[in-house]
Design a protein around this ligand. Structure first.
Ligand SMILES: Cc1ncc(COP(=O)(O)O)c(C=O)c1O
Length: 345
């Protein structure tokens, strides 16, 4: 639900939008400054030359292995279109990010899902068993959306050791910037292998550019990158998004300071949720996945009546969970007050 719809339904103006994992701090001031120099009459650069050069430099990756997208979600679609044939097996995790399944199904694949463990962490032996069946693609979001944990070094190594040459591993790191420092950088870990892989990252979360729609994929080799680029539309990343993303990369200090503050808030909110007596998953993201103990749709309606948008989970076995974004301290306080009232009611 977006803010306009929430205003209509709740009759309140002061909406706390905590359903889409956006950055409540906005974005670097350099983005607004860069956008003033834009010429909207010209088509955008189809090759995203400046953005890919900036990313190549930041990541230490050759630009011919980077493709920029209209959000990383477009890259999920392009990878599926480039790689999948009807009847192919695609593996992923449940609960998981919907588009990993939806785009695979749209390209005729059969999708099978590995459940998270009851303690809401990755079931590494089950993921390994699925990989041993050599799916055409295995989509893994680590950190996990919607649950929150990220694979540690040992678990990631076990997963990578199980990937066969016939499988494309798509590691979706949309929340990479929020992970603790002792956790692995998936791009670095995959770069040290000779596997076929794609790493997805985005400017929508830590960099605060969700509305402009810009993300990217880094591929194991240039041939795969060409195939993915061929599966997107030519002017997929608009001119404003390209300029904004480059400006955001020039101000990593803004992003790091915003992420640090959000991580402190994440710890505060998680402790408060536990103090209310509710369980939430260990999170390496900018959200929490909370078992509210009752139907998530009822919880959503309760929060909405207080002007707070949360995401109710609907996947089987998780119907009592909501996903809530870490907002500003004031928004988080509002959420916690409403959660307390829901838990008591
Ligand atoms: C795991 C994951 N992947 C990809 C995306 C898509 O992000 P975007 O298209 O905004 O880059 C999201 C957005 O919520 C996400 O959570």
């Amino acid at each position: 639900m977006n803010i306009a719809a929430a205003r209509l339904q709740s009759g309140r103006q002061d909406i706390a939008a905590l359903a889409s994992n956006e950055n409540p701090d906005g974005c670097s001031p350099r983005v607004a400054a860069a956008l003033t120099n834009l010429n909207p009459s010209r088509y955008s650069d189809p090759a995203c030359t400046a953005l890919r050069a900036a990313l190549g430099q930041k990541l230490g990756v050759a630009v011919d292995r980077i493709v920029a997208g209209n959000g990383s979600e477009e890259m999920i679609a392009a990878v599926c279109r480039a790689v999948l044939r009807p009847g192919a097996l695609v593996g992923t995790v449940c609960p998981g990010f919907g588009l990993h399944e939806i785009e695979a199904l749209a390209n005729g694949a059969n999708v099978e899902k590995v459940a998270m463990r009851a303690d809401l962490d990755f079931d590494v032996p089950a993921i390994v068993a699925m990989l041993e069946r050599e799916p055409a693609i295995f989509f893994l979001s680590s950190p996990s959306n919607p649950v929150g944990p990220a694979l540690d070094r040992e678990s990631l190594a076990r997963v990578l050791a199980a990937v066969s040459p016939g499988t494309l591993l798509v590691l979706d790191e949309a929340y990479f910037e929020f992970t603790d420092e002792d956790l692995p950088d998936g791009l670095a870990a995959l770069s040290a292998t000779d596997l076929s892989w794609v790493v997805l990252r985005t400017f929508s979360k830590a960099y605060g550019l969700a509305g402009l729609r810009v993300g990217y994929s880094v591929m194991s080799d240039a041939r795969l990158a060409r195939a993915v680029a061929a599966a997107k539309t030519p002017f997929n990343v608009n001119a404003a998004a390209q300029v904004a993303a480059v400006a955001a990369l020039e101000d990593e200090a803004w992003m790091s300071s915003s992420v640090s503050a959000l991580k402190r808030e994440r710890a505060r909110v998680a402790n408060a949720v536990a103090a209310i007596g509710l369980a939430s998953a260990r999170s390496q993201t900018n959200f929490l996945f909370i078992d509210v103990g009752r139907d998530s749709s009822a919880a959503m309606a309760h929060f909405l009546s207080g002007g707070i948008i949360v995401k109710p989970w609907k996947e089987k076995g998780y119907e009592t969970f909501i996903r809530v974004t870490i907002g500003t301290p004031a928004e988080n306080d509002r959420f916690l007050d409403a959660l307390c009232a829901f838990a008591r009611g």
